[in-house]
Design a protein around this ligand. Structure first.
Ligand SMILES: NC(=O)c1ccc[n+]([C@@H]2O[C@H](COP(=O)([O-])OP(=O)(O)OC[C@H]3O[C@@H](n4cnc5c(N)ncnc54)[C@H](O)[C@@H]3O)[C@@H](O)[C@H]2O)c1
Ligand SMILES: N[C@@H](CCO)C(=O)O
Ligand code: NA
Length: 445
């Protein structure tokens, strides 16, 4: 009897994700072999320190610091170390030595994706990366395979769990940003250095990956407009709630039509990350805690939502193993790998040229003519007002003969981002405007 072919699996990294990948590969070896069509032999785990404490109890003899030898002898290489180097060099090495690659590394794909996918194409190998966006949630394969016969119009994703946890607690408990961030750090939801999450860098990497895939266009990280959530305070959240919205950090990837500079199809795309006002009855508004969700609008399928755990070692390991099984099937059958298509090559429109509607909250002097002045600045800036709400405070100050303060919440119709930005600048410079409290786009209306 011919022995079934066995596949040699090399694991790079044994941290939160890697240790769970190794544990599940060993614990479910029989089932995985059946699904993959061949036994998957975990032949080694490359780490920096073979004696470091691990989250799972794994055989000591699997650990090595010699990643290069491990890679050279593997059929499938799983990269869960993170960072740009040496991950990039190791993935390229794996591809040139005939392995298929599974990675969870969003930073690497958002930065060097084009180079890595081209290298995979040249040798007919696969680079699979379901875990790189929204952790356990299937979103890469649905976009690449399930929706391959459709056209994606728009993606709105809550793709960062840390910021969703912070904004959700601010919304539910009326707490301020710093307070929730400090507690999220104590509980391990947020890193000691939270910059990548709260400034939107992590979400921007995921946006670049999603947009590249959805629109068959290479989207460099530098083309993603990014704003974080550090200016969102309890007052902004409270005002949003009163207006029927919840604040969410969104990754928005959008197909734009009728673009004058985008001959011949007239199509272009916009990729952006910012905190936005989402109507409270939109499906994304009900995404609580550290969960992620990706809302996809496709021409034929209509709206779809993918929801679940966007992070966590074992949850992310689920996505990694799904990719390992399909990479194994391809490795056995042979033939070309699943390539990344950039055939559309759509232009990426800078933020200033897209149109959005937004809500501008101002603190102004409450005296005759101020509302007319504000309305005049908006009108001059080509920004049309949809709603205005005014609340007045500062009674005590008024009694002392000073002007009372009014809060103006102005909802705009759709306007050019550049016109909105210029208008907000002119508002901020006007003597009657004490403070521009917030400017938030409305998405999902
Ligand atoms: N943790 C999550 O919830 C999550 C979710 C989605 C994606 N990811 C991605 O998965 C990857 C791994 O994340 P993690 O949370 O497991 O990280 P981690 O820091 O817990 O683990 C990283 C592991 O890689 C090892 N490593 C780092 N550099 C190495 C090197 N040069 N040589 C050998 N080993 C090296 C470390 O020693 C550690 O064992 C990252 O790309 C991350 O973005 C993580
Ligand atoms: N820091 C990320 C982890 C998953 O990429 C988050 O908060 O969602
Ligand atoms: Na995923």
């Amino acid at each position: 009897m011919i022995e079934p072919r066995r596949l040699r699996v090399a694991l790079l990294g044994a941290g939160a994700v890697g240790s769970q990948v190794a544990r599940l590969l060993l614990a479910h070896a029989d089932e995985l072999a059946e699904r993959a069509g061949a036994p998957l032999d975990l032949v080694g785990i490359a780490v920096r320190d073979v004696h470091a404490r691990r989250e799972a109890d794994l055989p000591a003899e699997l650990f090595t610091t010699d990643a290069d030898t491990l890679i050279a002898g593997a059929d499938i290489v799983i990269e869960v170390t993170g960072g740009l180097e040496p991950a990039r060099t190791r993935i390229l090495h794996a591809l040139t030595s005939g392995a298929d690659v599974v990675t969870a590394n969003k930073a690497l794909l958002a930065t060097h994706g084009t180079e890595i996918f081209e290298a995979a194409d040249q040798v007919g190998a696969t680079v699979a990366y379901e875990a790189a966006v929204a952790g356990a949630i299937p979103i890469i394969r649905p976009l690449r395979d399930s929706l391959a016969g459709d056209r994606v119009r728009r993606i709105m994703g809550i793709v960062n769990g840390t910021t969703n946890y912070i904004l959700d607690r601010m919304d539910r408990e009326g707490l301020d940003f710093d307070e929730v961030l400090a507690e999220a750090q104590r509980l391990g939801y947020a890193e000691a250095d939270p910059t990548a999450d709260v400034e939107g860098f992590d979400a921007a990497q995921k946006a670049a990956i999603l947009a590249s895939l959805a629109f068959h266009t290479s989207v460099p990280l530098t083309a993603v407009h990014r704003e974080g959530i550090t200016s969102i305070d309890a007052g902004v959240i409270d005002a949003a709630r009163k207006a029927g919205y919840v604040v969410k950090l969104l990754a928005v990837c959008e197909r734009l039509v009728d673009q004058p500079d985008a001959a011949p199809s007239g199509e272009a795309i916009s990729v952006r990350v910012y905190p936005a006002l989402v109507p409270r009855d939109h499906p994304l508004a009900s995404v609580h805690g550290a969960n992620n969700a990706v809302f996809v609008e496709a021409e034929a399928a209509g709206p779809l939502m993918f929801y679940g755990a966007g992070a966590g070692g074992v949850q992310t390991a689920s996505a990694v193993l799904g990719d390992v099984v399909s990479a194994a099937r391809r490795h056995i059958v042979g033939g070309p790998g699943v390539g990344e298509s950039t055939r559309a090559g759509l232009p990426i429109v800078p933020i200033g040229r897209i149109t959005t509607s937004c809500q501008i909250t101002l603190e102004v002097d409450d005296r005759p003519g101020v509302l007319a002045t504000v309305a005049g600045i908006l009108s001059d800036g080509n920004v049309s007002i949809a709603t205005v709400e005014q609340t007045t405070s500062g009674g005590a100050a008024a009694e002392e003969g000073e002007d009372a303060v009014a809060h103006l919440v102005i909802g705009t119709h759709t306007a050019r981002e550049q016109d909105l930005a210029d208008t907000v600048e002119r508002l901020a410079a006007n003597a009657a405007v004490r403070r521009v409290v917030s400017v938030l786009r409305v998405e999902g209306d």
